[in-house]
Design a protein around this ligand. Structure first.
Ligand SMILES: [Zn+2]
Length: 410
């Protein structure tokens, strides 16, 4: 997670504090901010003047006069269209491509389907073409591009911009210098930062900026796809990366090494294998027709995890049995994560959000029985309110924070 950084001087520090307050609270007057962040009115006024000159603040009319009937104060608001970010999320099925404003709100979105066997060069070509197209589209608005986020599946080294390995696109190979290749394909005119990172780790920024983890300093997001499970871990306000950028690969924590379902990594009983669509559909097909009174078409080759989760939320008996089974593995997996990391909040993202109250309540109940049962664990477990754009929103939140922390000169 982005730290507050090390401002070069007091002016920058004050400017960042004022801007942050305006971004969070909307239109404010000098007096509002002065009392909220404990800076003198003279100092806040100076910062306002400087931010108005740079284009980051806009006039927002006049506020209400004081109880004593004083002059109506001038209000100002953050100019969220001062610049824009481009975020591109390569998922196992498609590229979700968006532009966002400086409040990490999506201003334009398009989706480009990807074939399972797509080549690395074609994906890089597609991403570069999309970036150029977005830049041309924005050229007339005067908004400046502040940065680009590329969100990838699999293992990523964000410090080097390298895709270490992705099981969804194994044909790309290992240790792919993704950032360097994209920059080369883009050519000149794109000197802004390009941040390439793993989807789960970027999604913590989405939960913090736009989701339910605002203000949390210790939290974990867990994202489940049809095939694949990962986490982003924030401890003491900082995103955990690890020695070789493996932190968050919880899908391959072993939960049942002897009898567990085979995982795509070659082991048995990995967390993601035990909660995968492959395993649940296999279990569903073992149910005898009519045995359970289910409405699920368990023999349909197109049966998806989505269908099972949705059926469970409607009380389908077979779907409930399957989700109950999955919940028992989540309880072990999340319980282990809690004992190692001690978060205040665990956010469930992805497909299991559709399983509704039954699944969430099972997880919450299960937390009482994990290690040290006599010690009350105050950790909250909640569903994410963000949809499939959580990756690009996370990218936008990261890029914007970096822009104000490291690039913009106040
Ligand atoms: Zn595995």
């Amino acid at each position: 997670m982005k730290s507050a950084g090390k401002p070069k001087n007091l002016k920058q520090n004050n400017s960042r504090a004022v801007l942050e307050h305006l971004r969070r609270n909307g239109a404010c007057s000098v007096a509002d901010i002065s009392s909220s962040i404990k800076l003198s009115k003279t100092t806040v006024k100076k910062v306002f003047d400087s931010l108005v000159t740079s284009g980051l603040l806009l006039s927002a009319g006049k506020g209400d006069s004081t109880d004593e009937g004083g002059k109506k104060p001038e209000l100002y608001r953050f100019n969220k269209n001062y610049g824009f970010a481009i975020c591109l999320h390569v998922t196992p099925e498609e590229i979700i491509a968006v532009t966002t404003n400086l409040n990490a709100e999506i201003t334009f979105e398009t989706k480009l389907p990807l074939k399972k066997n797509c080549k690395l060069a074609s994906v890089i070509h597609l991403l570069a073409g999309t970036i150029r197209g977005f830049s041309e589209m924005k050229a007339a608005t005067g908004e400046r591009l502040i940065g680009i986020a590329v969100v990838l599946p699999g293992l990523v080294d964000p410090l080097k911009g390298v895709s270490i390995y992705t099981p969804h696109y194994p044909q790309w190979g290992r240790d792919v210098p993704f950032n360097r290749m994209l920059k080369a394909e883009l050519g000149e005119g794109y000197e802004v930062p390009i941040h390439t990172e793993n989807a789960n780790r970027l999604q913590v920024f989405a939960e913090r900026a736009k989701g339910i983890a605002g203000g949390c300093r210790n939290f974990i997001i867990i994202d489940a796809l049809n095939e694949g499970l990962g986490a982003g871990i924030v401890l003491n306000g900082e995103l955990v990366l690890g020695a070789q950028s493996i932190s968050g690969e919880i899908g391959h924590m072993t939960l049942d090494p002897r009898d567990g379902f085979p995982c795509i990594c070659g082991h048995k009983g990995c967390f993601e294998a035990m909660v995968s669509a492959r395993r649940l559909c296999t279990l569903a097909r073992k149910a005898r027709p009519g045995e359970t009174g289910t409405k699920l078409d368990v023999h349909s080759p197109s049966l998806q995890l989505d269908d099972i989760c949705s059926a469970a939320s409607l009380g389908d008996p077979l779907a409930l049995r399957l989700i109950d089974d999955v919940a028992s593995w989540f309880i072990i997996g999340i319980g282990n994560l809690i004992m190692v990391n001690d978060p205040e909040l665990v956010v469930i993202q992805g497909v299991y959000v559709k399983a509704g109250d039954f699944f969430l309540n099972r997880l919450r109940e299960g937390m009482r029985a994990i290690g040290l049962p006599d010690v009350e664990k105050k950790v909250r477990i909640e569903y994410s309110t963000l949809g499939e754009e959580r990756g690009v929103i996370g990218g936008a939140a990261y890029i914007t924070a970096e822009f104000f922390d490291k690039q913009f000169v106040f």
